[in-house]
Design a protein around this ligand. Sequence first.
Ligand code: HEC
Ligand code: HEC
Ligand code: HEC
Ligand code: HEC
Ligand code: HEC
Ligand code: HEC
Length: 342
Amino acid sequence: MKSLQKITALLVLSTLIIASCTKEGPQGPAGINGTNGTNGTNGTVDCIKCHDNSQNIFEKSNQWAASGHAVNGNYARNAVDCAPCHTSQGFLEVLKTGAEVCASVISNPNPQNCYTCHKIHTTYTQDDWALTATTPVVFKVNGITSDQGKANLCINCHQIRKPDPMWDLSQGSATITITSFRYGTHHGPQGNLFNGTGGYELGTGYINSSHTTMVSNSCVQCHMAKAYGNQAGGHQLGMRYGTSGTVNTAGCTSCHADATSLKNKIIATQATTQNLLDSLKTILVTKGYMTASGNVVTGTYTNDNAGIIYNYQFVMEDKSKGVHNFNYAKKLLENSIAAAKK
Ligand code: HEC
Ligand code: HEC
Ligand code: HEC
Ligand code: HEC
Ligand code: HEC
Ligand code: HEC
């Protein structure tokens, strides 16, 4: 009954809103109440397709409530340049305006939620499950367009933020001045790494893993595969569940049929990537470019050296330790190590 009361309340509310928005002179006398509609033949039919007893919304809500989007807490980052990715309202605002930043600070910021990703309550029909952002994304860092199917939604936010100052690969030995200890890709560069673009590509040999071309819905295929409770997959979006951190392979098995072989592949890929990251970091710390805690040492650098620092941040912040696009991550690190050793 509660939800029916809510629905009735909302219908009354929307009628009031519609009434208050029209500017057509004074209101006439109130008419008599209409007769109640019958389910299936009146205007609430589409409401009921979503607000029914299938538990569909609760199931997704329950998973979402345990997701990093809901619980990690950084939606308090509501400044004009952070809000487009960190707040729901800011994201929907820049989708509409096409601007790089929000017009003003977002008050009462919300985290990414149903309304951020779906067109909830736009037409009040099933069409409202449509995703809010579907077009291929032009990466902020280099203007390259990437089409990752349903995951275009995700990569609007999960992409590199332009480093300041921006490096220039063609001017390798010219210098730039780094003024922030946070120099690099910033958090969440997964969209670029999966696509194999946006690195400071020293040397040669860059190729992508099969994932780039074969996993057509990118993030959605692996992270939103069949859920394991509210610990991984579905709208929880995580890849591991349980106390021992088992990988949720529901989105992998269509290609990786053998579970043991997949497990070993993940272990080998992540170990190789972590070793390369560790080696590069040791060099960066020894050279005085980075502190042991990972802060960039501010100062004047050649583009090449700034690029090497940036490449380290790129693969590290991607957090998959090579799973997203092993070939690209590996080559970026190997070539950075070779150049840094010179
Ligand atoms: C496409 C599916 C869909 C349709 C159609 C739909 N809703 Fe919703 N509605 C949702 C979702 C999803 C939420 C958010 C659920 C949540 O936050 O728990 C929601 C939330 C609500 C809420 C709670 C509002 C709030 O902000 O807390 C009300 C009331 C509501 N809907 C009424 C309606 C009415 C009335 C209609 C028809 C005129 C309707 N809905 C049509 C999916 C739908
Ligand atoms: C509006 C921007 C935005 C969109 C769209 C978005 N994300 Fe996120 N995502 C974020 C932000 C910001 C965080 C960090 C949240 C925090 O720290 O509070 C995050 C966190 C995550 C995390 C959790 C990371 C962790 O370490 O806990 C995963 C996984 C994730 N997103 C996957 C996705 C996937 C998959 C999609 C698409 C279906 C998606 N995101 C869409 C902005 C977004
Ligand atoms: C282009 C989108 C985007 C913008 C703009 C953005 N962020 Fe983020 N941020 C993300 C994503 C995506 C994540 C989640 C990354 C992940 O979990 O791998 C994140 C994560 C974070 C985190 C959590 C890091 C962690 O490891 O727990 C902090 C803190 C943060 N951002 C601060 C900021 C601040 C401050 C600003 C504004 C100056 C900002 N972000 C602007 C996309 C963005
Ligand atoms: C970060 C973005 C994101 C958020 C937040 C999100 N969704 Fe989704 N949702 C998706 C994507 C992407 C799909 C498509 C998944 C697929 O095709 O495998 C989807 C699919 C769905 C579907 C199946 C749609 C259909 O066409 O049948 C439902 C139902 C749904 N979401 C409900 C919700 C509800 C309820 C909430 C809020 C609790 C929510 N979603 C929050 C991204 C999101
Ligand atoms: C081929 C499957 C696959 C694809 C495609 C994929 N991921 Fe991942 N992702 C993983 C795996 C596996 C991990 C590593 C989990 C671990 O080791 O804990 C991971 C790790 C992450 C992490 C670190 C936090 C976490 O949840 O473990 C984030 C954030 C993330 N991915 C976001 C994304 C985004 C955004 C996309 C789309 C651009 C994407 N992923 C595409 C499989 C995938
Ligand atoms: C659409 C097909 C497809 C899906 C889905 C897929 N993979 Fe792959 N993956 C491949 C192919 C093809 C290769 C390269 C050949 C090989 O090593 O098996 C590969 C390679 C890998 C590698 C080795 C490193 C590399 O990139 O060469 C790892 C690790 C991996 N996949 C993990 C995963 C995980 C974990 C998932 C699910 C979360 C997943 N893959 C989903 C097709 C897929």
